[in-house]
Design a protein around this ligand. Sequence first.
Ligand code: NIG
Ligand code: FE
Length: 386
Amino acid sequence: MSLLIDCIGELFTADEDGSVHYDAALVVEDGRIAWIGHRLNRPAADDYLDLGYKAVIPGFVDSHAHLVFDGDRAGEFDARMSGEPYDGGGIRTTVTATRRADDERLRQNCARLTAEMLRQGTTTVEIKSGYGLTVEDEARSLRIAREFTRETTYLGAHTVPAGADGTVMDADEYTALAAGPMLDACAPYAKWADVFCERGAFDADQARAVLTASANAGLGLRVHANQLTAGPGVRLAVELGAASADHCTHLTDADIDALANSSTVATLLPGAEFSTRSPYPDARRLLDAGVRVALATDCNPGSSYTSSMAFCIALAVREMHLTPAEALEAATAAGADALRRRDIGRITVGARADLAVLDAPSFVHLAYRPGTPLIETVFRGGAVVH
Ligand code: NIG
Ligand code: FE
């Protein structure tokens, strides 16, 4: 079955030249884009759809989310808005709630959030573990995550948790667990491994131990890097050839140089700066240095409880000085690059037919009309899913 789609209005393909097309048409076959060109040259197809003058963009690729958890931390957010700082310590609150929850409860929460994302145009999401932090709870988090996406990430090294006696475990002992038996139990369900490399979480040596063991187990690498301080995370990510260094809020010149000379994507998570009332990363400096920049939600109950890529685009444009086109590319093709995927995040021949149709004449409205639900129709693999 082939489907011909007319896009008379704006078509943002997020392909190499990042340009916008008008009077275009697409042919979808077997869930993939089989042809793209001017409407006047379009071939025949079994079915036909006319999208009129609505803007069409690739489905968003949310390359950083923590969706397997129970409970919320609205009280912590409330306190922060009255001046309390964010230091990642609340992770343990969510760990306690998550360990108590049964599988079905975790699955329902994950289903709720992924459905919320899909309605808002996200057609690919990465999902991390990291709120279990025992061998069993990390493995079940990833088993559940795997029901929702191929892009699953083992984040056993999220924070050093409390042990059986209720006191915080020794960090080196926990690192050995995360790089050993926990990794062994999780690797079958994970495509990626991630570490929170930060003061108060894991230092460079501990992070390197978990990441190296994970790479040896066949997992790709990502790092929560330089979120709260200009620590060693970014340089470690580059040194180990990680696909992405995420957050990148506090960077030195050496960090920017390292990223610019690497294939590691800098994934910026402005929802976290919004929700922790922190300064935004210097995205312009990264882009001007030639770093590949992606945007993701970081959806989690502590530092960034948003599932909206459009909100992140609006923040990136208003607060981080990206142009609307740069922000949309960061939320689509660059997000795909952060997952080392070429088959998503762009509207090109051979890519999966993941599209979002906006109830707006231009993609610029994503930032121009913040907080407005503009996603009208979502296609994934050529099928209408919203
Ligand atoms: O990406 N930085 C570490 N992890 C999450 C926050 C998790 C939490 O506060 O529960 C993040 O911001
Ligand atoms: Fe995160």
